[in-house]
Design a protein around this ligand. Structure first.
Ligand SMILES: [Zn+2]
Length: 364
């Protein structure tokens, strides 16, 4: 049985590391992809495809936590060879740009370690993007367990390194993202106007029981979308989205279960008002499900019916492509959107990359 630590090592081990340089001091050679590049066309016009859910790892930073990329190895670091593999996979699938992110494994790090680890990671991400500026942008890593430091790191990563937002977990050492202690981070993200990508890491409380053990990889299959569902629900119900109305948040895996059963969120407080004293700042400004239409969601929901339903619940303007590369959940993210019936061409173009291009400041 894979241990949690091994799994995290594996999960973190998804991209490639490159020569170390500081932000803005980049001088790598672009990786040359050899496969024929698929160019996606919608109604006769080239459509740019942007993948917002693509993992990578920086081994030098992991070493500060005593972690290393463990078997089974996935193509994952940011070195030239693995960057080339990544671009080849993007070319085959019709992905023009990937927004790289690193799943947090550093939330237990003290302030000094966290500062150094994040510095190394964000510099490596910056370097990877600069080496292939037409193919990669990146979400910054931040030490969210130290919210003031995370805010500072985000500001620096965006302003000095040109990173496009932040990638965070669905909770931080058992604390919800809606906890007031994280307000400085949310305030900074809102002020900068950058996208925050929330990627779950499982429901730790259940992982410590037998509930998700056994056959089926339930810690991932159920635990991940469950954590996203909990995280988004707290951001809605605790009033975080009212307090920071300009936040741009994108949830992985189609937002977990929340959009699948959204109406229950509206009905709970109607059925049992006693359980809904409201957030500390005052009553919610909207119905809970209405907040879904200001959040963003990746398209990693696998079937045309699931995508149709996601569009119905959140709107096509809120959906962006997510592949989970290098994990082989899908190789047909583009066809998933092209093949779902009932979508106007303009909405397909927006989902494929139009919306992500704007959110991430990518040249159209
Ligand atoms: Zn992922």
């Amino acid at each position: 049985m894979t241990t949690r630590r091994e799994f995290l090592e594996d999960a973190a081990g998804a991209i490639a590391s490159i020569a170390f340089v500081g932000c803005g001091l980049v001088s790598a050679t672009p990786a040359q992809a050899q496969a024929r590049r698929r160019e996606v066309v919608v109604n006769g016009r080239r459509a740019k495809v942007v993948d917002v859910h693509a993992h990578c790892a920086v081994p030098e930073a992991m070493a500060l936590m005593g972690l290393k990329l463990g078997p089974p190895a996935l193509p994952s670091t940011l070195d030239m060879v693995q960057a080339q593999d990544r671009i080849r996979a993007m070319d085959e699938q019709g992905i023009d740009v990937e927004a790289l992110s690193i799943n947090p494994y550093w939330y237990k790090a003290d302030r000094d370690v966290a500062r150094e680890l994040i510095r190394i990671q964000n510099e490596k991400l910056t370097e990877a993007c600069a080496a292939n500026p037409d193919r990669f942008v990146a979400f910054a890593s931040v030490a969210l367990q130290h919210p003031d430091l995370a805010a500072e790191q985000l500001g620096e990563a965006v302003k000095k390194c040109g990173l496009r937002g932040a990638a965070i977990g669905g909770s931080v050492n058992g604390e919800e993202l809606s906890d007031p202690k994280f307000h400085p981070f949310w305030a900074k993200a809102e002020q900068l106007g950058v996208l925050v990508f929330i990627h779950p890491q499982g429901t730790a409380e259940l992982n410590n029981t037998s509930r998700l053990k056994g056959n089926g990889l339930l810690e991932v299959v159920i635990g991940y979308p469950l954590e996203t569902t909990i995280a988004l629900s707290h951001l809605i119900f605790e009033g975080t989205l009212d307090r920071f109305p300009g936040l741009k948040i994108c949830a992985a895996h189609g937002g977990g279960y929340l959009p699948s059963y959204a109406a229950r969120s509206d009905q709970g407080c109607v059925t049992f008002p006693v359980g809904c004293p409201g957030p500390k700042d005052g009553p919610l400004k909207k119905k809970p499900t209405e907040y879904l239409r200001q959040l963003y969601f990746d398209s990693l929901v696998f079937t045309p019916e699931a995508l149709r339903h996601l569009v119905a619940e959140v709107g096509s303007s809120q959906i962006v492509v997510g592949t989970d590369y290098p994990y082989p959940w899908t190789k047909t993210a583009v066809d998933h959107i092209l093949g779902t019936t009932g979508l106007p061409d303009a909405e397909r173009v927006a989902m494929l990359g139009g919306t992500a291009t704007k959110l991430l400041g990518i040249k159209a």
